[in-house]
Structures are given as structure tokens and as C-alpha cells.
Ligand binder design. Structure first.
Ligand code: ADP
Ligand code: MG
Length: 444
């Protein structure tokens, strides 16, 4: 698989530096597909899910096209809400960091008009606006769109849902006919097509569709852990399953460094693979991994992208990936060539939402396992008491579950919580826990 890089996009030096500062390793699919088309001057309808980097997809070519010597508004981004306008403005400001003389201003309802007027008077080239407030400025003549080259309709579907169609039309009517119009949307309902037929010129529709998501033949499990326990749990799993070759994923380059070092310190033949290494270094590590001299390879998603090694028995997600698609890519490294494989994901309380999203998105169920127990084994006190079993089977624990969910989100594991509750109930005076009314013993 060919990995697109920001280098392939031949960005200006200033944008390249800003992207390096932001720590983006490679363009997202919607970015690598849309940036060249927007640059070529064509109208574009970009269609990709939330969180796929659409802001930079339009922001990069737009910022490159601004003339910093002209103090007129050259680009207009319309957003449905003030939160989004502020967020986009922040992202574009970061991208424009090394491009001198570009001023970006969010213009939204709820902020003092005076503040906006004085900022506009100083000269602004990029305006990120909500439609209503922008129309107010147009009517007051504090904003002129006569010199606008780019119009971006961000979250087009949301703006239409919110009933902004007339405002958007009124705004577009104030911009030059020769403008370039780009629309981004997570969904493309018919109303978007109507709008594009009237206001866009032969737009190119760029859709990022997901690849097939199922990974047959991989036995997937996850373990709830604390951040501090991760290394111990990983080591236990390596002992228990003894994979010949395993690939361990971390979310950042720095974490791959640290983990490879700590694994080596524990005697594992581990090394790392990340984007900070030269091509030569990476090739050497890969060759050793293929030969089995390195049994445990700790990698970032990007660095592992090209890896196609047969015989990887296990994939570990030391960190839960931020993007569900990465999860599927990661575990697809095992179970190649018809062989089975295993994947183990370490999930901290903070990641509870991510693991839910992954399962929903990939339409899979990942079995939760109790992490191997370490330290002095607790005294085993027989089977689950009937009372508790009945409560679980009756299944109306909703309110309790949501309270526990909150503790999990605070960073505790369900296993720890259950263990602590059990400890509390067992130390409770006789009779106190004898009823099914936990409110008698308040635990917040
Ligand atoms: P969308 O508009 O598609 O919902 P955003 O543009 O808000 O997504 O981007 C989501 C997050 O991803 C932001 O925090 C952004 O900084 C980050 N991001 C964008 N492009 C990249 C990239 N190429 N690599 C890593 N992170 C990125
Ligand atoms: Mg967006």
C-alpha cells in the first residue's frame, strides 16, 4: 500500500513547517484526495466522516492561496455554529503560523460587534463566520465580499438542517461569480446537491469510503487496565501466549521509544519502528523482525503502515487508537495468509468511549477479559452469591451501571471497582447488605 505523505503534496515551506509543529505525520485520506483538486481551482464537494481532518483539507490550499500583501477578505468559511467557527479559526491560525501577514478572524453571533468591527478595520484576509452575523456585517458594510476568491461551506449538511439556506444564498450572492466554492459535509443529502447545482461549478465530489472492516480469523480481546498497569499486563500476556512475533502499537512516537526500552529492560527482544527513524534504520529493524531476531516490535500506526510480515501471531494495542479505522488496520497485521491471530487491546477508563466506538463502527464485539491477577492472590470465597446473581439476571441495574460508567470514565477499571465494592460489602456489618437496597450504603 502506498502511503501518501505531506511531501507528495509539495506544500509550501511555511505550511510544511506548521504541519510539522502540529505533529501531523501524514495527510488523512480526505486531505490527500482533496488538497490537489482544490489547488487546481476546481469546486469540490468533500464527503467524509467527522474527525477526518476536513478543516486542514480545505485550510491548507486556501491559506496557500491568500495574498498576504492585500488586506482584503479573500477567503470566507461559513460554519453552522460559533463553537465551530472558533475551532476552525484556531486550526487555521495554527496552520498559518509561519505564513506571515495573514490575519484570520472568526465572526459569530454573541460576540460584541465593536470588537469585531475594530478587528475588521485592521484588515483581515480570512473570515470564518456564522451566516447570521456575517449578514449583519454585510448590511452594515463592515464586511465586503467583493474580493473573495474562496468560499468554504463547512458542515454543509448541518447548516442546511439548521435552516441557513436563505442566509447562505444571500451571502453567496454577494461574492464574485469567479470564486471557487468548496463544500464539506459528513453526509450529502439531496438538499446539498440542490445547493451545489445552483452555486457550484461542475463540482468534483470526493468521497472517502471506508474499506471493508471485518478482519476474519483474529481473536480479539480487550482488558481494562490502569495506565500504570499496562506494562505488567502486556508482559503477562506475552508470557501467557508466547507469540513468536508480535506487533505492539502505541499512539505516539515517544511512547514507542519508551515502551521498547522498558521491554528490553525486562529481557524481551524488542525494538521500535516510528516516523523519527531514517528509512535505513527502519529497514534494518524490519529485516530483523522478519528473521525473528526482534520478536516484539513496537510501532506507530504510520510507521507500521507498510508492514506486511507473515507470521505475526499477535497484535497488541498498548494504546487504543484514536481512529476506529486504525484499529482495523492494526489487527489486520495478524491472521495473514489464512492463519489465525490474536489481538489484545489495553483499555484505560478514559478509553471506554473509544472501545465502544470501535465496536460500533467495525460492527464487531470485542470480548472483555479480566486482566491477569498479580500479587498475592485474594482468598477465593466460593461462587457468586445468589442475591447478586439474581440482580444481574433481572437486569434492571441501569442507574447503577451509569454511576459505574462514570467511575470508569474517571480512570478506574470495572474490575477494580467491583473488587472494591466486594471488599466493602464483605467488611460491612452483618445484615447491612442483606437487602437489595444499596442506597443504605451510599457510595459516591
Ligand atoms: P473534521 O472537520 O473532519 O471533523 P477536523 O478538521 O476537526 O475534522 O480534525 C480533527 C482532528 O484531527 C483535529 O484535532 C486536527 O488537528 C487533527 N488532524 C487533522 N489532520 C490531521 C493529520 N493529517 N494528522 C493528524 N491529525 C490531524
Ligand atoms: Mg469539520
Amino acid at each position: 500500500m502506498k502511503t501518501a505523505s505531506f511531501t507528495d503534496l509539495a506544500l509550501s515551506h511555511e505550511l510544511q513547517r506548521a504541519i510539522a509543529d502540529l505533529g501531523f505525520e501524514e495527510p488523512t485520506p480526505i486531505q490527500s484526495l482533496t488538497i490537489p483538486v482544490i489547488r487546481s481551482g476546481k469546486d469540490v464537494i468533500g464527503h467524509a466522516h467527522t474527525g477526518t481532518g476536513k478543516t486542514a483539507a480545505y485550510g491548507i490550499p486556501l491559506l496557500e492561496g491568500i495574498d498576504p500583501h492585500k488586506r482584503t477578505i479573500q477567503a470566507l468559511v461559513l460554519c453552522p455554529t460559533r463553537e465551530l467557527a472558533i475551532q476552525v479559526s484556531e486550526e487555521l491560525t495554527k496552520l498559518a503560523k509561519h505564513r506571515r501577514g495573514i490575519t484570520i478572524l472568526p465572526v459569530y453571533g454573541g460576540q460584541s460587534m465593536d470588537r469585531q468591527l475594530s478587528a475588521l478595520a485592521r484588515g483581515v484576509q480570512v473570515v470564518i463566520a456564522t451566516p447570521g452575523r456575517l449578514l449583519d456585517h454585510i448590511r452594515r458594510r463592515s464586511i465586503s465580499l467583493d474580493e473573495v476568491k474562496y468560499v468554504v461551506l463547512d458542515e454543509g449538511d448541518v447548516m442546511l438542517d439548521m435552516g441557513f439556506i436563505e442566509d447562505i444564498e444571500a451571502i453567496l450572492a454577494r461574492t464574485p461569480r469567479g470564486r471557487q466554492t468548496v463544500l464539506f459535509s459528513a453526509t450529502v443529502p439531496d438538499t446539498i446537491h440542490d445547493l451545489s447545482r445552483r452555486y457550484m461549478r461542475d463540482p468534483k465530489i470526493i468521497r472517502v469510503v471506508h474499506e471493508r472492516l471485518t478482519v476474519p480469523g483474529v481473536e480479539q480481546r480487550y482488558y481494562q487496565v490502569n495506565e500504570q498497569e499496562k506494562l505488567d499486563v502486556l508482559a503477562d500476556l506475552l508470557e501467557e501466549f508466547d507469540p513468536k512475533l508480535s506487533l505492539i502499537f502505541c499512539n505516539t512516537k515517544r511512547r514507542t521509544d519508551a515502551l521498547a526500552r522498558r521491554l528490553r529492560a525486562r529481557g524481551y527482544p524488542a525494538d521500535k519502528l516510528n516516523g523519527d527513524m531514517t528509512q535505513g534504520q527502519r529497514e534494518r529493524v524490519m529485516a530483523k523482525f522478519r528473521r525473528g531476531e526482534i520478536g516484539v516490535l513496537v510501532a506507530t500506526d504510520v510507521a507500521a503502515r507498510g508492514i506486511d510480515v507473515e507470521g505475526i501471531d499477535a497484535v497488541f494495542n498498548y494504546d487504543v487508537p484514536n481512529d476506529p479505522e486504525y484499529y482495523v488496520h492494526r489487527i489486520g497485521r495478524t491472521a495473514r495468509a489464512g492463519k489465525g491471530g490474536r489481538s489484545f487491546t489495553l483499555v484505560t477508563g478514559m478509553d471506554a468511549g473509544k472501545i465502544r466506538d470501535i465496536q460500533r463502527y467495525a460492527k464487531i464485539t470485542i470480548g472483555e477479559q479480566a486482566a491477569p491477577v498479580r500479587g498475592p492472590a485474594p482468598v477465593v470465597t466460593g461462587t457468586l452469591p445468589d442475591e447478586i446473581r439474581t440482580l444481574i439476571e433481572k437486569g434492571d441495574l441501569g442507574p447503577y451501571r451509569s454511576r459505574i460508567q462514570r467511575w470508569i470514565e474517571e480512570g478506574h477499571t470495572s474490575l477494580d471497582i467491583a473488587a472494591a465494592l466486594l471488599a466493602v460489602t464483605e467488611s460491612a456489618p452483618e445484615g447491612e447488605m442483606g437487602t437489595a437496597s444499596p442506597s443504605r450504603r451510599r457510595i459516591h
